[in-house]
Design a protein around this ligand. Structure first.
Ligand code: URA
Length: 191
């Protein structure tokens, strides 16, 4: 694979691989540090993201920023993306064919970034990236062993908007994620 970040961004900007390209306002490519060791992957852009072409700039983004701040992380030092780059109308769940059409972009992002830790936010991203059987209610915060990277999952920030009592649970997951990241940085690069 010889694609660069610029190539992917260019392809995403004009992508017509699924019908969401006809209803989106702007596609939303991932954003953040291209050297980051931590990648957050959520579901799909919402209304604000679709207007601005940036991930997590609406109310879920405010919750995400608070979680990051609470565990000493900054957006500028991580990479944030979605499995789907275009907003599904009315924020409905993405369809299988939409996820399949968009998945290569996430693969390229992951290939270029080579994150040590991937945090899946919410069921849709988790079941696509970790396993269709993964249950966030029971398994959030657990680590999956993969060759070069450790995926984990927690609730989507929008779940906190629906049920603020989840905040502490997700904050604890984020605290452990920040801890694991600090450990892996202090161990140095395995390659
Ligand atoms: N919800 C998501 O899943 N992704 C965003 O970028 C914003 C809201």
């Amino acid at each position: 694979m010889k694609y660069t970040w610029e190539d992917i961004e260019r392809h995403v900007a004009v992508c017509t691989h699924c019908p969401l390209s006809r209803t989106r306002h702007r596609p939303v490519m991932g954003r953040g540090d291209h050297q980051a060791d931590l990648m957050l992957t959520a579901e799909a852009p919402g209304g604000q993201e679709d207007q601005q072409g940036l991930p997590f700039v609406g109310s879920s983004g405010e919750v995400l920023d608070r979680l990051l701040r609470d565990c000493g992380l900054r957006r500028e030092e991580i990479y944030i993306t979605n499995i789907i780059k275009c907003r599904p109308p009315g924020n409905r769940n993405p369809k299988e064919e939409e996820k399949e059409a968009c998945f290569p972009y996430l693969k390229y992002e992951t290939f270029l970034l080579k994150p040590r830790i991937i945090v899946c936010l919410g069921r849709v991203a988790t079941q696509r990236i970790i396993s269709p059987d993964f249950k966030i209610t029971r398994q959030h915060g657990t680590w999956i062993c993969r060759k070069n990277c450790a995926p984990t999952a927690t609730y989507h920030p929008s779940a906190i908007l629906w049920d603020p009592s989840k905040y502490e649970t997700v904050r604890e997951d984020f605290r452990r994620i920040a801890e694991k990241r600090a450990e892996s940085v202090s161990k140095g690069d395995p390659e």
